[in-house]
Structures are given as C-alpha cells and as structure tokens.
Design a protein around this ligand. Sequence first.
Ligand SMILES: [Fe+2]
Ligand SMILES: [Fe+2]
Length: 232
Amino acid sequence: MALYAMGDFHLSFSVDKPMDVFGRVWKNHEKKIEKYCRKRIHPEDTFVITGDHSWGKNLAECEKDLAFIEALPGRKILLRGNHDMFWDAKKTSVLNERFAGRLEFLQNNFYTYKDYALVGTKGYCYEGKDSIEHFLKIRERETERLRISLEMAAGAGYQKYIMFLHYPPTTIGEQESPFTEMAEAYGVSKVIYSHCHGRDRYDDSLKGYVNGIEYRLVSGDYLNFRPELILE
Ligand SMILES: [Fe+2]
Ligand SMILES: [Fe+2]
C-alpha cells in the first residue's frame, strides 16, 4: 500500500492541443503516463493527481481524458488546476456524485491515507499575469478553501496532514506565503505541488525541507511522467 502523486497531465484526447511543441519530454506523454503508472501503482495504492488534467473546456470535451485517468491503477484523487475548466470549484459535489466509485475530487473536503488526512486546493502564486489586487483576491480565496479542508480534517480528529496544491506554495523569490504559514500552523508533514513546467521553472518555489516541512514538485514533465512515491 502506497501513496503516489503527479500532476499536469494536460491531456487532449478530444481537443487539438499537441503537447510535444513544449519539448521532447512531452512526446507521447500520455503513453509514458500510462506505462509508468501501470509499472509503479498497484490497485490498493492511492494516487493524488495534482491538477491541469485536461485541455477540454467543458465536461464533454474532458470525457475521454477523465476516462483515461479513471483507467489508471489505484484510487484516484484529483486536485483542481488552473486549466481545469470542466471543474467549477463551487460544484465539486456534483463531480463527486457523478464519478462516485471512480474518481474523487479534492476541494472543500479531505480524503485519507492511513492515519494521514489528504488536504488541498488549487493555491495561487504571482506570475506577473494579473494585477496585484486580483492576485491577492484569488490567493485569499484559495487560502480560505485550504483552511476549510484542514479544519474538516482536524474536526474529524486527524493530526497528520499532507497538503496538495496545484500552484507552487510561494511566488518566485519568496520563502513564505499564507500557504506555507498555514502548513506550519497545522503541522503539515509534506506540501506537494505541480504547475511548474520546463527547466527554467522547476526551481520557482520551495523544494526539500523548510522549517520541518517537506516540499516536493510533482509536475509531470519534471518527473518525466513517473508518479512520485510520497508515502509507503
Ligand atoms: Fe500545467
Ligand atoms: Fe497549472
């Protein structure tokens, strides 16, 4: 029994969005995902997939991509990425009902692995694309969503947490953020994130141990699409 994580599959079985223009690592990346997941992950394992699942703009355009994810081994828990247009954060329960027994959607709730609570939300960091006001508003909203997830887990009696974010926990050059502060306040063991693509972005945020918390980047291209073992 093991816990794995990986994100940023950026699947496009229904829409025309070839990914190999982003470099060799993306050539036939869906074949690599399938191959390495089948090699490493067993049916009794848990696999958290940290967002940017599909290029589809709605559920119909994502159907084949989600079916591909569903067919991967293990229990699949999905996190929301910035490209996941099919997923309205306020309607996560609708997705959880629709995919019951097949896929689980982590938003304003929590899941468990052994005695750990798996908490998370999309998160946010500043990438120079929006106004500071907009950035702060989105980050505040995401911080609250993370707090809800942590509070639900704490309320259920969990004392050990693994936090999943789609965005890196900090903006480039920062050592702390509301997300790292919350991780420290709740005694989170590990913070797992993705979103960073390409060599130039892999060091955008924290990696390794900082203030006793382990930070790990699990974006697909960073891992060459090999799911990362988080816990045994
Ligand atoms: Fe991505
Ligand atoms: Fe992303």
